[in-house]
Write a protein that binds this ligand. Structure first.
Ligand SMILES: [Zn+2]
Ligand SMILES: [Zn+2]
Length: 393
Protein backbone atom coordinates (compact mmCIF):
# COMPACT_ATOMS: atom_id res chain seq x y z
CA UNK A 1 0.00 0.00 0.00
CA UNK A 2 3.00 2.27 0.34
CA UNK A 3 2.91 2.74 -3.42
CA UNK A 4 0.46 5.60 -3.05
CA UNK A 5 3.13 7.88 -1.58
CA UNK A 6 4.11 10.58 -2.31
CA UNK A 7 0.79 12.34 -2.56
CA UNK A 8 0.19 15.98 -3.20
CA UNK A 9 -1.66 18.16 -0.74
CA UNK A 10 -4.96 17.91 -2.55
CA UNK A 11 -4.85 14.16 -2.32
CA UNK A 12 -4.10 14.31 1.39
CA UNK A 13 -6.97 16.70 1.89
CA UNK A 14 -9.25 14.58 -0.22
CA UNK A 15 -8.41 11.57 1.90
CA UNK A 16 -9.16 13.57 5.04
CA UNK A 17 -12.43 14.71 3.62
CA UNK A 18 -13.43 11.15 2.92
CA UNK A 19 -12.43 10.07 6.39
CA UNK A 20 -14.59 12.82 7.82
CA UNK A 21 -17.47 11.63 5.70
CA UNK A 22 -17.32 8.18 7.14
CA UNK A 23 -20.96 7.60 6.38
CA UNK A 24 -19.88 6.34 2.98
CA UNK A 25 -20.03 2.59 2.75
CA UNK A 26 -17.10 0.69 1.34
CA UNK A 27 -19.09 0.08 -1.87
CA UNK A 28 -19.78 3.81 -2.20
CA UNK A 29 -16.13 4.57 -1.56
CA UNK A 30 -15.16 2.45 -4.51
CA UNK A 31 -17.47 4.24 -6.91
CA UNK A 32 -17.54 7.84 -5.70
CA UNK A 33 -15.29 10.60 -6.84
CA UNK A 34 -14.40 13.70 -4.87
CA UNK A 35 -15.49 16.62 -6.97
CA UNK A 36 -14.14 20.07 -7.68
CA UNK A 37 -10.66 21.13 -6.66
CA UNK A 38 -10.16 17.96 -4.67
CA UNK A 39 -10.40 15.74 -7.71
CA UNK A 40 -8.82 12.44 -6.94
CA UNK A 41 -10.12 8.97 -7.51
CA UNK A 42 -11.10 7.25 -4.36
CA UNK A 43 -9.46 4.05 -5.42
CA UNK A 44 -6.21 5.85 -4.82
CA UNK A 45 -7.03 7.40 -1.47
CA UNK A 46 -8.66 4.21 -0.27
CA UNK A 47 -5.16 2.94 0.23
CA UNK A 48 -4.43 5.68 2.75
CA UNK A 49 -7.12 5.25 5.37
CA UNK A 50 -6.03 1.72 6.25
CA UNK A 51 -2.82 2.97 7.85
CA UNK A 52 -4.21 6.31 8.89
CA UNK A 53 -7.35 5.01 10.52
CA UNK A 54 -5.47 2.30 12.32
CA UNK A 55 -3.16 4.83 13.96
CA UNK A 56 -5.90 7.30 14.75
CA UNK A 57 -8.40 4.77 15.97
CA UNK A 58 -5.99 3.24 18.40
CA UNK A 59 -5.00 6.64 19.74
CA UNK A 60 -8.57 7.92 19.85
CA UNK A 61 -9.53 5.16 22.22
CA UNK A 62 -7.15 6.30 24.90
CA UNK A 63 -8.29 9.53 26.44
CA UNK A 64 -4.96 10.25 28.04
CA UNK A 65 -3.23 10.50 24.68
CA UNK A 66 -2.93 14.14 23.76
CA UNK A 67 -4.32 15.22 20.43
CA UNK A 68 -0.97 16.83 19.67
CA UNK A 69 0.69 13.43 19.87
CA UNK A 70 -1.82 11.98 17.46
CA UNK A 71 -1.21 14.95 15.23
CA UNK A 72 2.47 14.18 15.11
CA UNK A 73 1.73 10.59 14.18
CA UNK A 74 -0.73 11.76 11.57
CA UNK A 75 1.76 14.20 10.14
CA UNK A 76 4.24 11.41 9.97
CA UNK A 77 1.78 9.36 7.96
CA UNK A 78 0.60 12.06 5.60
CA UNK A 79 3.97 13.63 4.98
CA UNK A 80 5.92 10.49 4.22
CA UNK A 81 7.20 11.10 0.74
CA UNK A 82 7.87 14.74 1.29
CA UNK A 83 4.56 16.43 0.68
CA UNK A 84 3.66 19.33 2.96
CA UNK A 85 1.90 19.07 6.28
CA UNK A 86 -1.82 19.21 6.22
CA UNK A 87 -3.10 22.04 8.36
CA UNK A 88 -6.17 19.88 8.83
CA UNK A 89 -4.30 17.22 10.81
CA UNK A 90 -4.55 18.76 14.30
CA UNK A 91 -8.20 19.59 13.78
CA UNK A 92 -8.91 16.11 12.55
CA UNK A 93 -7.21 14.55 15.54
CA UNK A 94 -9.41 16.51 17.95
CA UNK A 95 -12.55 15.92 15.91
CA UNK A 96 -11.96 12.20 15.82
CA UNK A 97 -11.63 12.10 19.57
CA UNK A 98 -14.89 14.04 19.95
CA UNK A 99 -12.97 16.91 21.60
CA UNK A 100 -15.09 19.62 19.99
CA UNK A 101 -14.04 22.58 22.12
CA UNK A 102 -10.34 21.84 21.57
CA UNK A 103 -10.99 21.46 17.82
CA UNK A 104 -12.60 24.91 17.76
CA UNK A 105 -9.78 26.42 19.83
CA UNK A 106 -7.25 24.87 17.48
CA UNK A 107 -9.14 26.18 14.45
CA UNK A 108 -9.13 29.75 15.76
CA UNK A 109 -5.53 29.63 16.95
CA UNK A 110 -4.42 28.38 13.52
CA UNK A 111 -6.13 31.29 11.85
CA UNK A 112 -5.53 34.05 14.36
CA UNK A 113 -2.10 33.19 15.77
CA UNK A 114 -0.40 31.06 13.16
CA UNK A 115 -1.65 32.96 10.12
CA UNK A 116 -3.09 29.87 8.42
CA UNK A 117 -5.84 30.38 5.92
CA UNK A 118 -8.96 28.32 6.59
CA UNK A 119 -9.84 26.20 3.56
CA UNK A 120 -12.93 24.24 2.69
CA UNK A 121 -11.50 21.03 4.16
CA UNK A 122 -10.74 22.61 7.52
CA UNK A 123 -14.35 23.82 7.61
CA UNK A 124 -15.58 20.26 7.07
CA UNK A 125 -13.47 19.24 10.04
CA UNK A 126 -14.54 22.04 12.35
CA UNK A 127 -18.22 21.67 11.39
CA UNK A 128 -17.93 17.96 12.15
CA UNK A 129 -16.51 18.87 15.55
CA UNK A 130 -19.51 21.14 16.17
CA UNK A 131 -21.85 18.34 15.08
CA UNK A 132 -20.31 15.79 17.44
CA UNK A 133 -20.24 18.28 20.30
CA UNK A 134 -23.85 19.42 19.82
CA UNK A 135 -22.60 22.98 19.19
CA UNK A 136 -25.44 23.81 16.81
CA UNK A 137 -25.32 27.59 17.24
CA UNK A 138 -21.59 27.67 16.56
CA UNK A 139 -22.02 25.44 13.53
CA UNK A 140 -24.72 27.67 12.03
CA UNK A 141 -22.53 30.71 12.70
CA UNK A 142 -19.46 29.15 11.03
CA UNK A 143 -21.38 28.16 7.92
CA UNK A 144 -22.73 31.68 7.70
CA UNK A 145 -19.26 33.21 8.18
CA UNK A 146 -17.50 30.94 5.69
CA UNK A 147 -18.10 33.03 2.55
CA UNK A 148 -18.36 36.41 4.27
CA UNK A 149 -15.41 36.30 6.63
CA UNK A 150 -13.14 33.61 5.24
CA UNK A 151 -13.88 33.80 1.51
CA UNK A 152 -14.67 30.08 1.34
CA UNK A 153 -17.76 29.12 -0.61
CA UNK A 154 -19.73 26.37 1.18
CA UNK A 155 -19.92 23.12 -0.74
CA UNK A 156 -22.30 20.22 -0.38
CA UNK A 157 -20.05 18.64 2.28
CA UNK A 158 -20.54 21.66 4.54
CA UNK A 159 -24.31 21.46 4.22
CA UNK A 160 -24.08 17.75 4.98
CA UNK A 161 -22.28 18.65 8.24
CA UNK A 162 -24.97 21.19 9.16
CA UNK A 163 -27.83 18.79 8.38
CA UNK A 164 -26.09 16.07 10.37
CA UNK A 165 -25.66 18.53 13.25
CA UNK A 166 -29.33 19.51 13.19
CA UNK A 167 -30.39 15.87 12.93
CA UNK A 168 -28.33 14.92 15.95
CA UNK A 169 -29.90 17.74 17.93
CA UNK A 170 -33.44 16.62 16.96
CA UNK A 171 -33.95 19.82 14.97
CA UNK A 172 -35.35 17.80 12.09
CA UNK A 173 -37.70 20.46 10.68
CA UNK A 174 -34.78 22.87 10.40
CA UNK A 175 -32.68 20.12 8.80
CA UNK A 176 -35.35 19.69 6.11
CA UNK A 177 -35.51 23.47 5.55
CA UNK A 178 -31.72 23.58 5.06
CA UNK A 179 -31.88 20.56 2.74
CA UNK A 180 -34.53 22.23 0.58
CA UNK A 181 -32.86 25.64 0.54
CA UNK A 182 -29.25 24.58 -0.13
CA UNK A 183 -27.94 25.29 -3.63
CA UNK A 184 -27.07 21.61 -4.25
CA UNK A 185 -29.05 18.51 -5.13
CA UNK A 186 -29.25 16.34 -1.98
CA UNK A 187 -27.09 13.25 -2.40
CA UNK A 188 -27.36 9.81 -0.82
CA UNK A 189 -25.02 10.79 2.04
CA UNK A 190 -27.14 13.68 3.25
CA UNK A 191 -30.43 11.78 2.84
CA UNK A 192 -29.03 8.77 4.72
CA UNK A 193 -27.82 11.09 7.47
CA UNK A 194 -31.31 12.58 7.76
CA UNK A 195 -32.95 9.16 7.71
CA UNK A 196 -30.54 8.01 10.42
CA UNK A 197 -31.50 11.01 12.54
CA UNK A 198 -35.18 10.16 12.03
CA UNK A 199 -34.45 6.63 13.20
CA UNK A 200 -32.80 7.98 16.32
CA UNK A 201 -35.68 10.36 17.09
CA UNK A 202 -38.43 8.02 15.81
CA UNK A 203 -39.73 10.59 13.31
CA UNK A 204 -41.43 8.67 10.52
CA UNK A 205 -42.89 11.70 8.71
CA UNK A 206 -39.55 13.26 7.83
CA UNK A 207 -37.98 9.81 7.65
CA UNK A 208 -40.40 8.90 4.86
CA UNK A 209 -39.28 11.97 2.84
CA UNK A 210 -35.62 10.99 3.08
CA UNK A 211 -36.45 7.32 2.46
CA UNK A 212 -38.42 7.98 -0.75
CA UNK A 213 -35.65 10.19 -2.04
CA UNK A 214 -33.07 7.48 -1.38
CA UNK A 215 -35.19 4.79 -3.05
CA UNK A 216 -35.59 7.08 -6.04
CA UNK A 217 -31.80 7.42 -6.25
CA UNK A 218 -31.04 3.72 -5.83
CA UNK A 219 -33.96 1.29 -5.42
CA UNK A 220 -31.58 -1.64 -4.98
CA UNK A 221 -29.76 -0.30 -1.91
CA UNK A 222 -30.96 -2.15 1.18
CA UNK A 223 -29.90 0.43 3.78
CA UNK A 224 -32.83 2.87 3.36
CA UNK A 225 -35.36 0.03 3.63
CA UNK A 226 -33.66 -1.30 6.75
CA UNK A 227 -33.63 2.15 8.39
CA UNK A 228 -37.24 2.92 7.46
CA UNK A 229 -38.46 -0.49 8.61
CA UNK A 230 -36.54 0.13 11.82
CA UNK A 231 -38.34 3.46 12.40
CA UNK A 232 -41.78 1.90 11.89
CA UNK A 233 -40.83 -1.13 13.98
CA UNK A 234 -39.65 1.03 16.89
CA UNK A 235 -42.91 2.97 16.77
CA UNK A 236 -44.98 -0.23 16.79
CA UNK A 237 -46.35 0.59 13.29
CA UNK A 238 -46.11 -3.02 12.21
CA UNK A 239 -48.24 -2.95 9.05
CA UNK A 240 -46.21 0.01 7.71
CA UNK A 241 -43.04 -1.84 8.58
CA UNK A 242 -44.27 -4.96 6.79
CA UNK A 243 -45.05 -2.84 3.71
CA UNK A 244 -41.45 -1.51 3.65
CA UNK A 245 -40.04 -5.04 3.98
CA UNK A 246 -42.37 -6.22 1.19
CA UNK A 247 -41.23 -3.37 -1.03
CA UNK A 248 -37.60 -4.17 -0.28
CA UNK A 249 -38.11 -7.77 -1.37
CA UNK A 250 -40.08 -6.69 -4.45
CA UNK A 251 -37.22 -4.45 -5.55
CA UNK A 252 -34.74 -7.27 -5.02
CA UNK A 253 -32.70 -4.82 -3.00
CA UNK A 254 -29.30 -5.92 -1.94
CA UNK A 255 -27.33 -5.48 1.24
CA UNK A 256 -23.72 -6.50 1.29
CA UNK A 257 -23.51 -9.56 3.62
CA UNK A 258 -22.30 -8.61 7.10
CA UNK A 259 -18.80 -9.69 8.10
CA UNK A 260 -16.70 -8.87 11.17
CA UNK A 261 -13.03 -9.32 11.95
CA UNK A 262 -10.89 -9.46 15.07
CA UNK A 263 -7.12 -9.73 15.11
CA UNK A 264 -5.56 -11.70 17.93
CA UNK A 265 -2.57 -9.48 18.75
CA UNK A 266 -0.66 -12.24 20.53
CA UNK A 267 -0.70 -14.63 17.56
CA UNK A 268 -1.37 -12.13 14.77
CA UNK A 269 -4.18 -14.38 13.54
CA UNK A 270 -7.21 -12.70 11.99
CA UNK A 271 -10.57 -14.23 12.90
CA UNK A 272 -13.45 -13.50 10.56
CA UNK A 273 -17.15 -14.31 10.86
CA UNK A 274 -20.21 -13.95 8.65
CA UNK A 275 -23.80 -14.13 9.94
CA UNK A 276 -24.56 -17.48 11.59
CA UNK A 277 -21.02 -18.66 10.86
CA UNK A 278 -20.26 -22.07 12.42
CA UNK A 279 -17.05 -22.71 10.54
CA UNK A 280 -14.67 -21.52 13.29
CA UNK A 281 -12.82 -24.29 15.11
CA UNK A 282 -13.97 -22.85 18.47
CA UNK A 283 -17.62 -22.43 17.45
CA UNK A 284 -18.98 -24.43 20.38
CA UNK A 285 -16.89 -22.54 22.92
CA UNK A 286 -17.91 -19.20 21.40
CA UNK A 287 -21.60 -20.16 21.38
CA UNK A 288 -21.36 -21.25 25.03
CA UNK A 289 -19.70 -17.96 26.00
CA UNK A 290 -22.41 -15.95 24.20
CA UNK A 291 -25.17 -18.04 25.76
CA UNK A 292 -23.76 -17.49 29.23
CA UNK A 293 -23.44 -13.76 28.51
CA UNK A 294 -27.01 -13.55 27.23
CA UNK A 295 -28.30 -14.89 30.57
CA UNK A 296 -26.26 -12.31 32.49
CA UNK A 297 -27.38 -9.57 30.10
CA UNK A 298 -31.04 -10.46 30.62
CA UNK A 299 -30.53 -10.16 34.37
CA UNK A 300 -29.35 -6.59 33.65
CA UNK A 301 -32.56 -5.85 31.74
CA UNK A 302 -31.37 -6.53 28.19
CA UNK A 303 -34.05 -7.61 25.75
CA UNK A 304 -33.22 -8.78 22.22
CA UNK A 305 -34.30 -6.34 19.53
CA UNK A 306 -36.39 -8.97 17.72
CA UNK A 307 -38.74 -6.35 16.24
CA UNK A 308 -36.02 -5.18 13.88
CA UNK A 309 -35.16 -8.58 12.47
CA UNK A 310 -36.16 -8.23 8.82
CA UNK A 311 -35.65 -11.88 8.00
CA UNK A 312 -38.71 -13.93 7.23
CA UNK A 313 -38.26 -16.44 10.07
CA UNK A 314 -40.52 -17.56 12.96
CA UNK A 315 -40.62 -15.18 15.94
CA UNK A 316 -39.06 -17.75 18.29
CA UNK A 317 -35.99 -18.01 16.04
CA UNK A 318 -35.33 -14.29 15.91
CA UNK A 319 -33.35 -14.15 19.15
CA UNK A 320 -31.09 -16.95 17.90
CA UNK A 321 -30.67 -15.09 14.63
CA UNK A 322 -29.54 -11.96 16.51
CA UNK A 323 -27.09 -14.03 18.57
CA UNK A 324 -25.57 -15.20 15.29
CA UNK A 325 -24.75 -11.71 13.99
CA UNK A 326 -21.15 -11.53 12.87
CA UNK A 327 -20.11 -8.87 15.39
CA UNK A 328 -21.46 -10.93 18.31
CA UNK A 329 -19.66 -14.03 17.06
CA UNK A 330 -16.41 -12.16 16.61
CA UNK A 331 -16.79 -10.55 20.03
CA UNK A 332 -17.39 -14.00 21.55
CA UNK A 333 -14.24 -15.20 19.81
CA UNK A 334 -12.24 -12.24 21.14
CA UNK A 335 -13.52 -12.80 24.69
CA UNK A 336 -12.62 -16.48 24.58
CA UNK A 337 -9.13 -15.84 23.20
CA UNK A 338 -7.80 -12.61 24.71
CA UNK A 339 -6.50 -11.46 28.08
CA UNK A 340 -8.69 -9.48 30.44
CA UNK A 341 -6.66 -6.28 30.11
CA UNK A 342 -6.46 -6.38 26.33
CA UNK A 343 -8.49 -3.88 24.29
CA UNK A 344 -10.71 -5.71 21.84
CA UNK A 345 -10.67 -4.18 18.35
CA UNK A 346 -13.36 -5.30 15.96
CA UNK A 347 -13.96 -4.22 12.38
CA UNK A 348 -17.31 -4.63 10.65
CA UNK A 349 -18.00 -4.00 6.97
CA UNK A 350 -21.54 -2.65 7.53
CA UNK A 351 -23.11 -0.37 10.10
CA UNK A 352 -23.52 -2.19 13.41
CA UNK A 353 -27.17 -3.04 14.19
CA UNK A 354 -29.05 -1.68 17.22
CA UNK A 355 -29.07 -5.03 18.98
CA UNK A 356 -25.35 -5.67 18.59
CA UNK A 357 -24.64 -2.10 19.67
CA UNK A 358 -26.69 -2.45 22.87
CA UNK A 359 -25.28 -5.93 23.54
CA UNK A 360 -21.66 -4.83 23.05
CA UNK A 361 -22.14 -1.88 25.41
CA UNK A 362 -23.52 -4.18 28.10
CA UNK A 363 -20.81 -6.79 27.52
CA UNK A 364 -18.13 -4.09 27.97
CA UNK A 365 -19.56 -3.55 31.45
CA UNK A 366 -20.14 -7.19 32.40
CA UNK A 367 -16.72 -8.31 31.18
CA UNK A 368 -14.94 -5.08 32.22
CA UNK A 369 -13.45 -4.71 28.74
CA UNK A 370 -12.64 -1.81 26.46
CA UNK A 371 -14.10 -2.69 23.07
CA UNK A 372 -13.53 -0.73 19.87
CA UNK A 373 -15.73 -1.42 16.91
CA UNK A 374 -15.07 0.28 13.59
CA UNK A 375 -18.14 -0.14 11.41
CA UNK A 376 -19.13 1.48 8.10
CA UNK A 377 -20.34 4.52 9.97
CA UNK A 378 -17.78 5.35 12.68
CA UNK A 379 -15.54 4.09 15.47
CA UNK A 380 -17.52 3.02 18.53
CA UNK A 381 -15.66 2.94 21.82
CA UNK A 382 -17.53 0.76 24.32
CA UNK A 383 -16.60 1.01 27.96
CA UNK A 384 -18.46 0.40 31.22
CA UNK A 385 -21.82 -0.09 29.52
CA UNK A 386 -21.69 2.97 27.28
CA UNK A 387 -20.59 3.82 23.79
CA UNK A 388 -18.71 6.97 22.76
CA UNK A 389 -21.27 7.60 19.98
CA UNK A 390 -24.06 8.10 22.52
CA UNK A 391 -26.23 5.74 20.48
CA UNK A 392 -26.17 8.04 17.45
CA UNK A 393 -24.96 6.04 14.49
ZN1 LIG B 1 -26.15 -7.10 14.82
ZN1 LIG C 1 -21.68 3.48 19.29
Amino acid sequence: MCGVFPMDQNEVNAAMLILLRKRLTSAELRTTRVSGTLSCTLNMVLAIPASLIEKLDSAASVETVEASEITIRLRHVVTRGGSGESQLSPLYAYTLQGRSIEALERFYSMIQEEGCKADDVSFVSVLNACSHGGLVGKGRQLLDEMPKQYGVKPRLEHYVCLIDMLGRANLLDEAVRVLRAMPFEPDAVVCTSLLGACRKWKNYTIGKLAFERLVEMDPKSGTPYALMANIFGNLGMLSERAAVVERMRGEGSFREPGRSWWTDVSSGKVHSFSVGDRSHSQSDEIAAKLKQLLLRMKEEGYASDVINVLKDIPEEEKEDHLCGHSEKLVLGCALVNSHQKETIRIVKNLRVCDDCHAATALISKLEKRLILCKDASRVHVFQDGRCSCDNYF
